[in-house]
Write a protein that binds this ligand. Structure first.
Ligand code: TYD
Length: 248
């Protein structure tokens, strides 16, 4: 990777595992500590992605074929990669992504039974081969996760799928984490309040950033407090030394 390239950290987990809350809390905490942070999310992290998200998740899209579904997720991801993630990595930032390719492997390949190689090759095109340096898997009992997800909205098209589907998704995540222990860190969130999950997430990420030798911008806290602005998309400091890599 070119020098000055950032660090790419993804968050994964079954529905209702609280990824979005954890990404937000982590972005705030890292920014306060002086790291240069950017956030991304899928599906729907860009203006174009939000239109794609609507098609995928709307319960009126009942006739959406599995192939169409996975291509739409890949299209949303392509936009996210090129519009948000790659520019932030090029600028040397710590990028926190709420879901990435592993979601398609868990939900479309293992959950829906789509052909694994097809899902992988469509995603290779979408991401230009970009892979996370670190993936935090927020693991949750599926019944609790689906109940939590449904509690905060009126169930979307994917949340409405049978519990067996969500169990396959969770099992797939476990398999992926076991196959790539260097990339994955698994955090059990079942029954835990968001604040205690945040402490675990922050400890794991700080440990990873320290091991990578990623530097903080010393003035981060002062500048952030003066601005009083949002924690992310706000810094342009010293780039981290190590970071994101691509598939061979
Ligand atoms: P998300 O907004 O992350 O929902 P939640 O916070 O409830 O996890 O994702 C919406 C749904 O899209 C969720 O059920 C997971 C699903 N999804 C896939 O099936 N494949 C994918 O590639 C992605 C990114 C998400």
């Amino acid at each position: 990777m070119p020098s000055g390239w950032g660090v790419f950290i993804s968050f994964e987990g079954p529905d209702g595992s609280g990824k979005s809350t954890q990404v937000r809390k982590l972005a705030e905490a890292l920014s306060r500590l002086g790291y240069d942070v950017a956030t991304a999310s899928e599906p729907g992290g860009t203006a174009i992605g939000r239109r794609i998200r609507e098609i995928i998740l709307d319960t009126r899209s009942a006739g959406l074929h599995g192939v169409t579904e996975f291509l739409l997720f890949a299209a949303d991801r392509a936009q996210d990669v090129h519009e948000v993630i790659l520019p932030a990595l090029r600028a040397g930032r710590v990028v926190l992504a709420d879901r990435f390719v592993d979601s398609s492997l868990a939900y479309q390949a293992h959950g829906l039974g789509m052909d694994l190689d097809s899902v992988l090759s469509a995603n290779r095109i979408a991401t230009d081969g970009l892979r996370p340096d670190l993936t935090l898997l927020l693991d949750i009992d599926v019944a609790e996760g689906v109940a939590r997800a449904k509690g905060r909205s009126h169930g979307d098209r994917i949340e409405e799928r049978m519990l067996e589907f969500h169990q396959r998704v969770r099992d797939a995540y476990h398999q992926m984490a076991a196959a790539e222990p260097d990339r994955f860190r698994v955090i059990d969130v079942t029954g835990k309040p968001a604040e205690s999950v945040h402490e675990e997430v922050l400890a794991q990420v700080l440990d990873f950033l320290a091991a990578r030798g990623v530097e903080r911008r010393r003035s981060g806290r002062v500048q952030e407090e003066r601005k009083g602005g949002p924690a992310c998309h706000a810094h342009h400091g010293d780039p981290g030394a190590a970071g994101g890599h691509k598939e061979a």
